[in-house]
Design a protein around this ligand. Structure first.
Ligand code: ATP
Length: 586
């Protein structure tokens, strides 16, 4: 398939914010894509060339892109950089300069999706001497054949700045409409921005099949390919594979014990809610162990200690377990809040020292696959019993989550006190006979904490400090996400960070993190790529005419990094509205 076809779709998607229209555009397009091109097209559509859970990255910074643009167009890097400063978007700059160049040379070979995909993948694989030159060549090769509009999207994809504003739900629906639209009898009318469905029940059957295939593979590229080539049966046959992470089951929140029991039923398993981070541990038949975060990032290399615990203490040739890794103080043995160990998640060097300085205990609370058999349709109680059988508990290494079957409020209250005293966040209520529902927040488990909800917000910009803070970015623009996936600012946070590194998350560290993400600078103001998520506390949510979302945080303070969350898992505007409404009641 020609790359220009995909570019046309990017353009159409950029012209609308309407979810149904975007879904329609993608579904029409997918019908035209051959099964062979499907995986490449789907990944590129989302601005990626690797699966979500693949740790590889294209790894090209703006500097290298400037150089490649220079090589491709023969225009000096200084000139291109000046344009970039004026425009603030390297994709647009690429489009403009390739346009002038093209008029002069009139030379072009047609780019295919496969060619673009292959070159971008090669970028990630290059290592060692001469890498910069090779990377420059690979990008320049694409840009020389690209039409102006194509070069815009090549640049954006390489820099990781592609955004089509399509969430998971819309992507799922696009696959359903594309491949099962005739069976469902679906009709979309642009003028009304509405759909008509002949039979909702059948629609739900196909939507569930697509959703389930996604939940166990985490990759719409695979789902679309299966749907296109093998239909409903193909979707059913996409199984969970040990070694490929599955979407974790999420918890609902309740504020009272009564409400929690009402949702999960009585009696329920009550567990400690550990303040660590989620680790999905996989062991395959060959004995390979891989670890994934809740965002499905591969963190095997960062946690050799956890790999060892799983290898030694969990019986079975192959399995997938779900757990929470909790940091503890080496001297006192007491649990530490998540922030203390969060730095281990992204760490690339001194790994062994890190595992000694910031040890974790793995608390296993679920099992998803055992000896090649999916466990997700088994009842929770049965899954827990299996865990009890196969895990050799060793405190400070790997244990089962503390769990008790309870139906009395008083027992829960006592457990809550015990949980808090032991340094935990609260309790989890679990329904005894519920299955494991990947990727869903369905009330099979309930979180019960008694602290003010913080928000997880994305940093979209910052400001350089003054005086002794002049070399640091010391104030951060923070944003939640709206329903189309856009970042909506709701305040500026400048407190909570430390001046000295040893006291916790410091301005210096944050500056180091944000610097490579700078998109543009104007005076003291910096715009950054929306990649970093921070936990933010505040005194109150207020209505605000200054911010486009209509809300602002009063006295926001940075409580730490949320390295385990990606920008699209940040708190939603809808959630902010709910908290605002809740505030007014109390
Ligand atoms: P959410 O997961 O609801 O989006 P969040 O990331 O802030 O929000 P929490 O509010 O901390 O998560 O609640 C759910 C998380 O609690 C789980 O994803 C898991 O990492 C953690 N957790 C701790 N103890 C347990 C347990 N015993 N059983 C299940 N999850 C647990």
């Amino acid at each position: 398939m020609e790359y220009s076809k995909l570019v046309e779709v990017y353009e159409q998607l950029n012209k609308t914010t309407k979810r149904l229209e975007k879904t329609h555009i993608i579904s029409e397009f997918l019908r035209e894509v051959s099964a062979d091109d499907m995986e490449h097209v789907m990944l590129l559509l989302e601005g990626r060339v690797f699966s979500n859970y693949d740790a590889r990255e294209i790894g090209v910074a703006s500097r290298l892109m400037l150089k490649s643009l220079g090589v491709a167009t023969g225009i000096s890097v200084d000139k291109i950089e000046n344009e970039w400063k004026k425009q603030g978007d390297l994709g647009l700059v690429a489009e403009a300069i390739v346009k002038t160049k093209k008029q002069a040379t009139l030379h072009s070979t047609k780019l295919t999706v496969k060619k673009v995909f292959d070159n971008l993948r090669k970028l990630a694989e290059l290592k060692g001497e001469g890498t910069v030159e090779r990377k420059t060549q690979l990008i320049a090769e694409l840009l020389t054949s690209a039409k102006p509009i194509e070069s815009k999207y090549i640049v954006k994809t390489v820099l990781g700045e592609m955004r089509i504003g399509v969430g998971e739900g819309a992507m799922r629906d696009a696959i359903v409409w594309a491949f099962f639209g005739n069976k469902i009898g679906i009709k979309y009318t642009r003028e009304m921005n509405d759909i008509e469905v002949e039979d909702r029940e059948i629609y739900n059957k196909y939507a569930d099949a697509v959703q389930h295939a996604y939940d166990v593979t985490n990759e719409f590229a695979l789902v679309a390919k299966a749907a296109k080539s093998k239909g409903l049966e193909g979707l059913g046959n996409i199984g969970m594979k040990v070694g490929i992470p599955i979407q974790v089951m999420l918890a609902l929140k309740c504020d009272t014990i009564e409400e929690a029991f009402e949702t999960v039923g009585k009696p329920a398993a009550i567990e400690f809610k550990y303040d660590g981070f989620r680790i999905q541990g996989h062991k395959d038949e060959k004995g390979n162990i891989r670890l994934f975060t809740r965002r499905l990032e591969d963190v095997t290399a960062q946690f050799p200690d956890v790999v060892e615990f799983i290898k030694k203490n969990v019986r079975g040739k192959s399995f997938i377990i779900d757990s929470e890794a909790v940091g503890y103080n080496k001297k006192t043995g007491k649990y530490l809040p998540f922030q203390n160990i969060s730095q281990r998640i992204k760490r690339k060097y001194d790994i062994d020292k890190m595992s000694q300085d910031f040890p974790v205990e793995v608390n296993v609370f679920d099992i998803i696959n055992y000896e090649g058999k999916s466990m997700i349709n088994e009842e929770f109680e049965k899954r827990r019993k299996l865990l009890e059988k196969i895990i050799k508990q060793e405190p400070k290494k790997i244990v089962l989550s503390k769990s008790k079957i309870v139906s009395d409020k008083k027992d829960v209250e006592k457990l809550f006190k015990d949980a808090i005293n032991a340094g935990n966040e609260g309790l989890m209520f679990k329904s005894l006979n519920a299955p494991y529902k990947p990727g869903a927040r369905v009330g099979y488990m309930i979180k019960f904490k008694q602290i003010m909800e913080t928000l997880d917000l994305v940093i979209t910009g910052a400001e350089w400090g003054e005086g002794k803070r002049a070399k640091w970015m010391s104030s951060y623009r923070i944003a939640c996400i709206d329903e189309s996936g856009n970042f909506v600012e709701i305040g500026k946070a400048s407190t909570g960070l430390k001046e000295k590194e040893e006291e916790g998350l410091s301005f210096m560290e944050m500056t180091k993190i944000l610097k490579p993400l700078i998109i543009s600078e104007k005076g003291k103001e910096v715009k950054v790529k929306p990649k970093i998520v921070i936990e933010v506390g505040y005194d109150e949510i207020q209505k605000s005419p200054t911010y486009e979302g209509g809300f602002a945080l009063r006295f926001p303070r940075v409580q730490g990094l949320r390295q385990d969350k990606g920008p699209h898992e940040a708190s939603t505007l809808d959630y902010v509205k709910k908290l605002y409404a809740g505030q007014k009641k109390s």
